[in-house]
Design a binder for this molecule. Structure first.
Ligand SMILES: Cc1cc2nc3c(=O)[nH]c(=O)nc-3n(C[C@H](O)[C@H](O)[C@H](O)COP(=O)(O)OP(=O)(O)OC[C@H]3O[C@@H](n4cnc5c(N)ncnc54)[C@H](O)[C@@H]3O)c2cc1C
Length: 388
């Protein structure tokens, strides 16, 4: 087998998830022979399908703001351009404040967000209650509202990208596990799997929670650690709630939690455990539902009689500072990292997929330099993302 010629590609993408599939589409559109390899039997089977579908550009840093502004343009026009319904709904986001400290944090962030032209404002209590009439008014101070943010289906979106990528000539190998990367001196040359070996001078690590293992293949330390998060969906009920509601107050056992009503009527929700639950366990716990339900009913009492249909648990690919890692490896020439998407890989996918294509083709925009500096694999991981 070692002497047999290995099929050659311009780019090999490891991982057919939230990042790898959009990237494969844009690379194929650019005329590059692209191979995507995934251990799972089809697209989006790892973290992608565990996401609850939230999409916002209202972040706290220029990199994610720019990438997600572009993602929103793509998600919101997808049906018009490509014909598939990815359940895009532009129902907005609202970060609510019940204490002065959250009001202060959210108002300070507006100063970062506004210069990017983001449609976001602080609404005082009475105005916010007009947007979300069922919010508990006791101690409510107000909140931000960004009507252009929204949500879509992660699985429908990744399948829509997959079909477009296939049509452009991308090749997908499923149920195939990447086990090694072969080097020629300091340069990437081949990807080795349990089924074969494939040549390429460019390899993109888009392996999500498993990104660190891919780094170890070339002795590169990639600080991405899987972090367990649970989510749930209720029965469908008549429409009563528009934006994604986010409460960033910490409480025993959890930090923020967020929920929205899907266009088909179900409430979909998530909570961030505190401290983090590191590891790759994807079995649901008995702790999640009582904890999140209590908090949600506290701010939206109307939810108290709704029935939960299903819970699930997935992994955030976490970095030490809560920002993604995007950039070329210095240890292995030709290895491009697109990892550590934390809790925002679905919303970053389209914008980042385009950026990865520009990096490979060497056609960067002027604004990309700032994005790549913020997300550099070689930054000092000292800061902390404010709205993780
Ligand atoms: C409960 C929950 C809620 C979330 N909600 C949101 C949300 O509302 N909005 C949002 O934007 N994000 C959300 N996220 C986060 C989002 O799911 C992730 O950030 C995103 O899916 C990561 O994308 P990825 O492409 O890096 O990884 P993945 O989508 O996991 O793709 C990585 C792929 O690499 C493959 N792979 C790994 N190692 C190998 C190997 N050795 N060989 C071959 N294939 C390999 C895997 O099989 C996988 O398919 C949520 C996550 C969870 C768990």
């Amino acid at each position: 087998m070692v002497n047999q010629p290995s099929p050659a590609y311009d780019v090999i993408v490891i991982g057919a998830g939230s990042i790898g599939v959009p990237a494969a589409y844009y690379l194929s559109c650019a005329g590059l022979r692209t191979l995507v390899i995934d251990s799972m039997p089809s697209v989006g089977q790892s973290s992608n399908k565990k996401a609850i579908g939230g999409i916002r550009a209202t972040h706290s840093d220029p990199a994610k703001i720019r990438l997600c502004l572009r993602s929103i343009e793509i998600f919101s026009t997808w049906k018009e351009i490509y014909g598939d319904d990815i359940e895009w709904s532009q129902s907005g986001y609202s970060f609510v404040a019940y204490r002065p400290q959250e009001e202060k944090t959210l108002k300070e962030l507006l100063a970062v967000q506004k210069p990017f032209g983001l449609d976001i404002d602080w609404l005082e209590k009475e105005s916010l209650l007009q947007v979300i009439p069922d919010l508990n008014p006791d101690s409510l101070m107000g909140g931000t509202f960004s009507p252009r943010d929204g949500n879509a289906s992660p699985l429908l979106a990744v399948h829509a990208y997959y079909r477009q990528a296939l049509a452009k000539g991308a090749v997908f190998h499923f149920s195939e596990h990447v086990t090694g990367i072969e080097m020629d001196g300091s340069k990437v040359r081949r990807v080795i799997t349990d089924k074969g070996r494939y040549s390429s001078k460019v390899v993109i690590n888009a392996a999500g929670p498993n990104a660190r293992t891919i780094g170890e293949m070339i002795h590169m330390e990639i600080p991405v650690t899987p972090d367990c998060h649970e989510a749930a969906i209720t029965e469908p009920v008549a429409h009563f709630l528009d934006p994604m509601v986010v409460d960033i107050r910490p409480a025993p056992g959890s930090s923020n939690y967020y929920f929205y009503q899907h266009c088909t009527g179900q409430i979909i929700f998530c909570i961030t455990p505190s401290p983090n639950i590191w590891g790759d366990q994807t079995e649901e716990t008995s702790v999640f539902l009582p904890m999140v339900a209590k908090r949600m009913i506290g701010i939206l009492p109307r939810l108290k009689n709704i029935r939960v249909r299903r819970t699930w648990r997935g992994l955030y690919p976490m970095t030490p500072d809560g920002f993604p890692i995007v950039g070329w490896s210095k240890e292995a020439e030709g290895l491009l990292l697109a990892v550590g998407m934390c809790g925002q890989g679905f919303m970053l996918g389209p914008g980042l997929g385009e950026l990865l294509c520009r990096m490979v083709t060497g056609q960067l925009f002027e604004t990309d330099a700032e994005i790549l500096q913020i997300l550099s694999p070689y930054r000092v991981f000292a800061g902390q993302e404010k709205l993780k």
